[in-house]
Structure formats: structure tokens, C-alpha cells
Design a protein around this ligand. Structure first.
Ligand SMILES: [Zn+2]
Length: 290
């Protein structure tokens, strides 16, 4: 008996570093089995290494939304929040919405606790791999980012939350190399970001003003390409949160994710093109913080 209690305690307090992608997949399967009427396991494609990029489809509403975590493989706290959101939404789907949750985009980075995806051609930062108005390098070198881009187009994703650690802040476009950082929907984005931080108390702001410019990021791509209402969640205070810190991140961000999706417009933004100028003179590239 005692050893059972002891092993239960160990499993409850298992260091987060012991989780890997197969643990995440087991969690998704468990959530799907426990909520068969509201969920469906999905795959958005395969990575360069041949792993299935799996996720959960939750609900059957008309408006499609996305939560994606761990473009940066070492940011496992963001995967924990994505799985927490899947668990919560599966039990209580958002009326009128279908929410797709992809907890790990950078699978080999996640398994290796590495920010970068290891490709045959070298290491890649997935959140610099999307096209954009000021991108000067080759995009979609990773099959995983291309699969996600194809997925948001195919499913007509309307709102999207991309989850990272750490800052803490919830940020909106534009965040790339320009001084013209204001979209046509500044007040809408501010209101959506504020709705997302009621419980967490995180800062809200423009990606570049609050952080630094980054070209080729998913959060800008989704809005620029399609008019997706796109927020970047930089959660917590560490890339290495303890289990209790992760529980806290889940508890304070999942209600905000739900409120963001509920409050977002039901159609994509119409005026999503970038009309400003690229300016690389102040291009302080974001680095390890996010
Ligand atoms: Zn990140």
C-alpha cells in the first residue's frame, strides 16, 4: 500500500522534464476517450522526421479557432497550457465554435528540450519560418510550419492563440521589422488581449513595442496572410517552470483563452494587408526570452 501511495506521489510531482511527446499524445487520447461526444483526435501532417503532428478537435460550432503551442521546443510550459485548455474545452465546449488544439508543433525540439527543430539542413527556429512582408530569408524550411499554415487555410481558422514562454504578456500584431506597427484593428486587438489577461494579470501590448521585432513569426503570418485574429501568449516567468508553476499557468490562462475565442469577431479581419515600410535599422531580433 505504502509503495502505491509513494509512486502516486512521485507521478503527481514528476519533474516536467520527464514528459515527452508520447506522454502528450497519451494525454490527448485520454481526453478524447473521456469526451467522445465533443472531441476528435486529428493530425495536421508529419514533421520532417516523420512524426505525426497530432491535436484535438473540440466542439462542432461554425467558427473555427486554433490554439498552438511549442513552436519553440524548450517551452514545455506552453504545451501544458494547451493540454489544459483541451481538457477544459472538451468538458465544456465553446458554444458556436470548433477549437483545434495542437500542443506540440516542434516535436523533436520538445523531446530534446531544445528551442530549435533539428532538420537535415541544420537547426531551425520554427517561429522565424513563415513568410511575411519583411521576411528576406527562405520560408517553410520545416514541414511542420508548412503543415500548420496549410491547416489554418484549409480549416478557415478565424482566431488563433500561439503559446510560448516566457515574459509574461499577451501580444498582438505587428511584431516584425517596421516602425509602422499599428494594424487597422488596434482597438479590437487591445480589447481581445485585455479579455485574455483578466485572470493572469499579464501585460498587453504590441509584439514589437513590448518585445522586439521578429520576422517570420506565426502570429504575424496568420493575421497578414488571412486576417486571423491572432494573439501571442508569452506565459509565466521561466522556460523551466515547476509543476506548480505550470498548474498556475494553466489555471490563469485557460479562462483567458476561452474568453478571447468567445469575444473575437466571428469572421476574419478584412483589412489585413501590411501597408507600412520595412525598417531593419532598429531590428533587434528577439532571442531567448520568447
Ligand atoms: Zn517561444
Amino acid at each position: 500500500m505504502l509503495h502505491i501511495i509513494f509512486s502516486l506521489l512521485i507521478s503527481m510531482h514528476a519533474p516536467a522534464a520527464s514528459t515527452n511527446y508520447s506522454t502528450v499524445q497519451d494525454n490527448l487520447k485520454r481526453i478524447a476517450q473521456e469526451n467522445p461526444t465533443t472531441t476528435e483526435l486529428i493530425s495536421i501532417g508529419t514533421s520532417d522526421a516523420g512524426e505525426q503532428i497530432n491535436g484535438l478537435k473540440i466542439g462542432n460550432g461554425e467558427t473555427a479557432d486554433l490554439i498552438v503551442a511549442t513552436h519553440h521546443g524548450n517551452e514545455y510550459g506552453s504545451t501544458a497550457v494547451a493540454v489544459g485548455a483541451a481538457e477544459s474545452f472538451a468538458k465544456n465546449p465553446i458554444v458556436g465554435h470548433t477549437v483545434y488544439v495542437i500542443p506540440v508543433l516542434n516535436i523533436n525540439g520538445y523531446n530534446n528540450r531544445n528551442r530549435y527543430e533539428r532538420l537535415p539542413s541544420g537547426s531551425l527556429d520554427q517561429n522565424r519560418d513563415y513568410p511575411g512582408p519583411c521576411v528576406t530569408t527562405k520560408s517553410f524550411r520545416s514541414k511542420s510550419t508548412k503543415a500548420l499554415a496549410d491547416f489554418i487555410a484549409e480549416k478557415n481558422i478565424v482566431s488563433s492563440a500561439t503559446l510560448h514562454t516566457y515574459w509574461p504578456a499577451v501580444l498582438y500584431p505587428w511584431g516584425f521589422s517596421t516602425n509602422d506597427v499599428t494594424t487597422s484593428y488596434e482597438s479590437t486587438f487591445i480589447n481581445l488581449a485585455k479579455a485574455a489577461v483578466v485572470e493572469s494579470g499579464y501585460a498587453v501590448g504590441n509584439s514589437k513595442e513590448l518585445l522586439y521585432a521578429a520576422d517570420g513569426a506565426f502570429e504575424d503570418y496568420a493575421f497578414w496572410k488571412h486576417g486571423v485574429w491572432s494573439l501571442l501568449f508569452e506565459m509565466g516567468n521561466s522556460h523551466n517552470p515547476s509543476q506548480s508553476a505550470m498548474n498556475q499557468m494553466v489555471a490563469t490562462n485557460v479562462p483567458g483563452l476561452r474568453r478571447f475565442i468567445e469575444n473575437a469577431p466571428k469572421e476574419r479581419a478584412a483589412n489585413h494587408e501590411f501597408t507600412g515600410k520595412c525598417d531593419y535599422t532598429r531590428a533587434l531580433q528577439r532571442t531567448h526570452l520568447e
